[in-house]
Design a protein around this ligand. Structure first.
Ligand SMILES: [Zn+2]
Length: 111
């Protein structure tokens, strides 16, 4: 399961960052093109967090929209329905500038 291995590596990062202290909250950014399903990621987190610094932590997921920049006219736009053409000039020459991210934005440590 893809999400479980992501959680395992995230846990390693969180454990290091928290210095063994209890974590209250983890905020994760997931691009809509990252291929990761927020629901499954949360579920994997809940399974995996037992006996870790995250045992009482909640995971908040922030989904990041897919955005493209047009090579022809420079327009930056949000992608709807996986149509990667520029909505302004209809050019197919665009590059993805967001939507592929997958990272821990921040963690909150219990005081
Ligand atoms: Zn364009």
């Amino acid at each position: 399961m893809h999400e479980l291995s992501i959680i395992q590596s995230m846990m390693k990062i969180v454990e290091k960052a928290s210095n063994g202290k209890e974590v209250e909250k983890i905020v994760v950014k997931i691009g809509k093109m990252s291929g990761v399903e927020p629901y499954f990621l949360k579920e994997s987190f809940d399974v995996f967090k037992e006996n870790t610094v995250c045992k009482n932590a909640e995971m908040e997921i922030v989904e990041v929209d897919i955005k493209i920049e047009c090579y022809s006219c420079g327009e930056i736009s949000k992608v709807e329905g996986f149509d990667f053409r520029c909505p302004k000039c209809q050019s197919g020459k665009t590059k993805i500038i967001s939507g592929e991210e997958l990272y821990i934005d921040y963690i909150e440590i219990k005081e």
